[in-house]
Design a protein around this ligand. Structure first.
Ligand SMILES: NC(=O)C1=CN([C@@H]2O[C@H](COP(=O)(O)OP(=O)(O)OC[C@H]3O[C@@H](n4cnc5c(N)ncnc54)[C@H](OP(=O)(O)O)[C@@H]3O)[C@@H](O)[C@H]2O)C=CC1
Ligand SMILES: CC(=O)[C@@H](O)[C@H](O)COP(=O)(O)O
Ligand SMILES: [Mn+2]
Length: 390
C-alpha cells in the first residue's frame, strides 16, 4: 500500500490484454501510489478508453494507426495526449516512467521493450518473445544502459524469488514447471483435430489466445526455457522442464548442496505482476491464498518429447544459436495465428516451425535490424508453409 512517498510513474504496454488488465487492476487498487505516464493498447479501443478515464495517464496510444480518430474523439476534453501507430508505441516506451510493464504479445513487443531498456527503465517483463527473438541484444542493452529487468512470467518470477544471484555458480539447475496444457494426456491422433476453442482452454490460467495455444503445444515452455537462459545466464543443459499439472509450484532452483528452493502460489498473474511492481518490496494483492490442504495433491511427470516436439525444437534452436531462436519465434507466431484463424491444424503449428527452422539460412544477428530481418524472413517462409498445409 502507498506510503508517504511520491507516486511512482508507470507505463503499461499491452494494457488491454490479459497481463495488462491484471496490471491495471493492481494500479487501481492503490491509486495514490502510482502516476500513469502512458497506456498502450491495440485494437480494443473501448477498453483502452475506459482504462484511460480511470487512470488519467499523460499519453494514450493505440498501435493501430487506423484507430487514431476513434481514440482521439473518445478522449477529447480529457487533456490526455493521444497517439497511434508503431512510432507512437515506441515513443510511449521512451517517455520517462520509472517502471514499464512490457505486456504486448509477440515480437511486436521487442522494439518498445528495447526502447524502455535503452533509457534505463525498470521493466516488468511479461513479453517473453523479446528474449526469445533478441535475448543477447536485449540483455546487452539492459546492462549497457543500467536498466532493470524484472521477470513477470510466473515461472521466471518464481525463479527470481529463490535464485541466489550472489552464488549463481552454486546453482546446479533450474527446474521450470509446466502444466502440460489442455492436451497433457492426449495422444497425437486426438490432437490432430483439436479446435482453437479447445486449444485456448487452459486448465489453470486465464490468458490471451497466443500464449494459450503455446501452452497447448508446450511451445510456451520452450520459449520460457530460452527466456530463463537469458534472464539467469543458465546454459541450456542446466534447465529442466517438469510437468506439474496443478500449477501451484511455479518453478524451482536446485543448488549444489542438494537444496531445492521453490515459489508457490495460486495461479493468478497478479502475484508475479505485484512482485515486479513493488520490487524490492512486496505489495499486497487480493489473490486467492494458497490452501495446500484444499489442493491436497501436487503431482509431477516428465514431459513427453514425442507428443510435444516443441521441446526438442527449442533445445536444438538454443544450441544452434545465431538467429535460430528468432526464426523459431517468428514461425511459431505465424503458425499460431493461422491455427487460430482456422487455416491449419493444431499439429501443423510445430511442423511449420520445424520446416522453417530447417530451411532458413540466417547469420548471427548483431543488431536490432538483423533481428528484424531474420524475423521477417521467417514470417514469409512460415506463411508459405502454412499455405501449403492449409
Ligand atoms: N496472460 C498471461 O497470463 C501471461 C502472459 N505472458 C506473456 O505476456 C504477453 C502478453 O500476453 P497476454 O496478456 O496473454 O496477451 P493478450 O493477447 O491478452 O494481450 C496482448 C496485448 O498486446 C496488445 N497488442 C497486440 N498486438 C499489438 C501490436 N502489434 N502492438 C502493440 N500492442 C499490441 C493487445 O492490444 P488489444 O487487445 O487492444 O488489441 C493487448 O493489449 C505475451 O508475451 C505472453 O507470452 C507471460 C506470462 C503469463
Ligand atoms: C501464467 C504463466 O506464466 C504461463 O506462462 C503459464 O505458465 C502457462 O502454463 P503452461 O505451463 O501450461 O505453459
Ligand atoms: Mn509462464
Amino acid at each position: 500500500m502507498s506510503g508517504a512517498t511520491d507516486p511512482r510513474s508507470v507505463t503499461v504496454l499491452g494494457c488491454t490484454g490479459s497481463v495488462g488488465r491484471s496490471t491495471v487492476d493492481l494500479l487501481l487498487r492503490d491509486p495514490g501510489a502510482y502516476r500513469v505516464e502512458a497506456l498502450v493498447g491495440n485494437r480494443n479501443i473501448a477498453l483502452l478508453v475506459e482504462q484511460a478515464k480511470a487512470l488519467s495517464p499523460r499519453f494514450v496510444v493505440t498501435a493501430d494507426a487506423s484507430q487514431y480518430q476513434v481514440l482521439a474523439d473518445a478522449l477529447a476534453g480529457t487533456g490526455i495526449e493521444v497517439g497511434a501507430g508503431r512510432p507512437a508505441v515506441i515513443e510511449a516506451a521512451q517517455r520517462p516512467a520509472d517502471w514499464v510493464m512490457s505486456a504486448i504479445v509477440g515480437a511486436a513487443g521487442l522494439e518498445p521493450t528495447l526502447a524502455a531498456a535503452r533509457r534505463g527503465a525498470v521493466i516488468g517483463l511479461a513479453n517473453k518473445e523479446t528474449l526469445v527473438c533478441a535475448g543477447d541484444l536485449m540483455m546487452r542493452d539492459v546492462a549497457r544502459h543500467g536498466a532493470t529487468l524484472l521477470p513477470v512470467d510466473s515461472e521466471h518470477s518464481a525463479i527470481f524469488q529463490v535464485f541466489d544471484f550472489a552464488q549463481a555458480d552454486r546453482v546446479e539447475k533450474i527446474i521450470l514447471t509446466a502444466s502440460g496444457g489442455p492436451f497433457r494426456t492426449w495422444g497425437q491422433e486426438a490432437m490432430r483435430t483439436v479446435t482453437p476453442a479447445q486449444a485456448v482452454a487452459h486448465p489453470n490460467w486465464s490468458m490471451g489466445a497466443k500464449i494459450s495455444v503455446d501452452s497447448a503445444t508446450m511451445m510456451n515452455k520452450g520459449l520460457e526455457l530460452i527466456e530463463a537462459h537469458h534472464l539467469f545466464a543458465m546454459p541450456e543443459p542446466k534447465i529442466d522442464i517438469l510437468v506439474h499439472p496443478q500449477s501451484v509450484i511455479h518453478s524451482l532452483v536446485a543448488y549444489i548442496d542438494g537444496s531445492v528452493l521453490a515459489q508457490l502460489g495460486a495461479p493468478d498473474m497478479r502475484t508475479p505482476i505485484a512482485y515486479a511492481l513493488g520490487w524490492p518490496q512486496r505489495i499486497s494483492t487480493p489473490c486467492k491464498r494458497l490452501d495446500l490442504a484444499e489442493v491436497a495433491q501436487l503431482t509431477f511427470e516428465q514431459p513427453d518429447p514425442e507428443r510435444f516436439p516443441a521441446l526438442r525444437l527449442v533445445r536444438e534452436a538454443l544450441r544452434s544459436g545465431g538467429a535460430a531462436p528468432t526464426v523459431l519465434n517468428a514461425a511459431n507466431e505465424v503458425a499460431v495465428a493461422r491455427f487460430l484463424g482456422g487455416d491449419i491444424g493444431f499439429l501443423d503449428i510445430i511442423s511449420v516451425v520445424e520446416q522453417v527452422l530447417s530451411q532458413l539460412e540466417t547469420s548471427v544477428p548483431g543488431s536490432l535490424e538483423d533481428v528484424l530481418e531474420a524475423d521477417a524472413q521467417a514470417r514469409r517462409m512460415a506463411a508459405a508453409a502454412c499455405d501449403a498445409a492449409a
